[in-house]
Design a binder for this molecule. Structure first.
Ligand code: G16
Length: 542
């Protein structure tokens, strides 16, 4: 079939955010919209001619159609091979692994991550580079520039492909290799974790609930936890991916994974609970009666990772995003390894991982991962927790308490003000920015500001700089408030306020989180004038 050149209009510079381009599904369904972005990606990487890619998505509404379009465009742009998940499904970490395993030039992943799916919900696409990680800012800037000037795209007029069976097919001159989404990912997990030990844990009556939230990790979790590790049937719930995630919000936090939380805090709770998001890169960890914050989870995993075979040699270093709590820094200090503070966005970990400076990374937004792929990895975090639980023979609660007694506790919460009018959110940030030099020494309620700045990052590997990555206000005694606008929302602006305070191991470790943070919450609200949101309080607290 001949490739055809279709004319198009520039699409107004749709800036890829922290994790690719996310918009309402109907926006993506407009004629030429997805095509413009995909052609801009190919153009930004000096063409697709002779290249190989991985393509897959989280199965949300429009996933199947988008994959057909991408395959036809890859063929028309001269790609030689595309590896695609059977049925169009690939979790983000599994796609990252396939890129690395097969040495492809990159990959296109279709997902709006933890955002809801459906014709009236969200869709997204991101480009990952040959190391398997999200495109760094240099590449996304080129994509953005191209979107503003693009005037045509190439697409084959071949028929749609049938992606239901594993095997190799041909689209024009291009090979389309359809792979089982789980097989290679599971093989990687088996090299990292002691599956026999975890199998023995389940055989001994250990009970777990994994909520796949009707999203892409269902098949992965079912195959690995129930199929291979012997967890009883029913351990995985909501395990069949659906185009609208069962009309849910596939974001693994106490608000959106409430059913799991209720079970874990109810009578006869299982020993361990976990959930993952739309595309399988985020995770939530819960024990019977305990919720482990993502910041604490990263710190606990850093302190215990050596118990899993894949990390037995110890860690090179640990990285966290700036708004993540300092809990993992304390572990790194004790272990005598490097610790790094990066801007929000997994792409900032890529260089550190590639350079061998860090082994584990994590973010407060429920992302944890390691150098095994170049994305955060929800199921990986769950398996590492299982390996640690199997080795230590303690409950989640006991492991967390022991951790706090050793390192102290970083009380932590994030308050989100969602879908704000953009001008109000921008004004709040602008006003904060203009006060930065005058805040030090100011008393706000019970606290005194010790300093304030706007976070900038100098990448220690390639020297690139990133500015305006969040406003930080530090208080005497170690508390901190951070303000940042989300890069992943699709409606209005979302203001995130990250709140943190610290007590050492001999302090009061078991205060209710919001109560422990009351002074810093009040100070943050006062300094930023949060009443201008017009809300009584945050829409979501994690
Ligand atoms: C994406 C990035 C994460 C980042 C998050 C921030 O997550 O991959 O590294 O922490 O965005 O989101 P926001 O800008 O809304 O705070 P995901 O899971 O949505 O791909």
């Amino acid at each position: 079939m001949p490739a055809v050149l279709k004319s198009t209009a520039p699409f107004e510079g749709q800036k890829p955010g922290t994790s690719g381009l996310r918009k309402k599904t109907r926006v993506f369904m407009q004629p030429g919209y997805l095509e413009n972005f995909v052609q801009s990606v190919f153009d930004a990487i000096d063409g697709a001619e002779g290249k190989r890619f991985v393509v897959g998505g989280d199965g949300r509404y429009f996933n199947a159609e988008a994959i057909q379009t991408i395959l036809k465009m890859a063929a028309a742009n001269g790609a030689t091979e595309v590896i695609v998940g059977q049925g169009g499904l690939l979790s983000t970490p599994a796609a990252s692994h396939l890129i690395r395993l097969n040495g492809t030039d990159g990959g296109l992943i279709l997902s709006a991550s933890h955002n809801p799916g459906g014709i009236d919900e969200d869709f997204g696409i991101k480009y990952n580079i040959s190391n398997g990680g999200p495109a760094p800012e240099g590449v996304t800037a080129k994509i953005l520039a191209r979107t503003t000037e693009i005037d045509s795209y190439k697409i084959s007029d071949a028929a749609d492909m049938d992606l239901t069976a594993v095997g190799t097919q041909v689209l024009d001159q291009m090979q389309v290799v359809i792979v089982d989404p789980v097989t290679d990912y599971q093989a990687l997990m088996e090299t990292l974790f002691d599956f026999n030990k975890i199998r023995a844990l389940f055989a001994g009556g250990f009970r777990m609930r994994f909520d796949a939230m009707h999203a892409v990790t269902g098949p992965y979790a079912t195959a690995i936890l129930e199929g291979t590790l012997g967890a009883p049937k029913g351990t995985v719930v909501n395990g069949v991916p659906s185009v609208d995630f069962g009309k849910g919000h596939p974001d693994p936090n106490p608000v959106w994974a409430k059913t799991l939380m209720d079970e874990m805090f109810g009578e006869n709770a299982p020993d361990f609970g976990a959930a993952s998001d739309g595309d399988g890169d985020r995770n939530m960890i819960v024990g019977a009666g305990v919720y482990v914050t993502p910041s604490d989870s990263l710190a606990v995993l850093a302190a215990n990772a050596h118990l899993a075979p894949g990390y037995a040699k110890g860690l090179a270093g640990v990285a966290r995003s700036m708004p993540t709590s300092a809990a993992s820094d304390r572990v790194a200090e004790k272990l005598g390894i490097g610790s790094f503070e990066t801007p929000t966005g997994w792409k900032f970990f890529g260089n550190l991982l590639d350079a061998g400076k860090v082994t584990l990374c994590g973010e407060e937004s429920a992302g944890t991962g390691s150098d095994h792929v170049r994305e955060k990895d929800g199921l990986w975090a769950v398996l590492l927790w299982l390996n640690v639980l199997a080795e230590r023979g303690l409950s989640v609660q006991d492991i967390r308490t022991d951790h706090w007694q050793t390192y102290g506790r970083d009380y932590y919460s994030r308050h989100d003000y969602e879908a704000l009018p953009v001008d109000i959110a921008n004004t709040i940030m602008y006003d904060l920015r203009s006060q930065l030099d005058t805040l030090a020494g100011r008393s706000v309620g019970a606290l005194t500001v010790s300093g304030a700045d706007e976070f900038s990052y100098l990448d220690p590997v390639d020297g690139s700089e990133s500015h305006q990555q969040g406003i930080r206000i530090f208080f005497e005694g170690g508390a901190r408030a951070v303000f940042r606008l989300s890069g992943t929302g699709t409606e209005g602006a979302t203001l995130r306020v990250y709140l943190q305070s610290y007590v050492d191991g001999s302090g009061d470790l078991h205060v209710e989180t919001q109560a422990a943070l009351a002074d810093v919450i009040a100070a943050a609200s006062d300094i930023s004038g949060l009443e201008r949101t017009g809300r009584d309080g945050p829409d979501v607290m994690t």
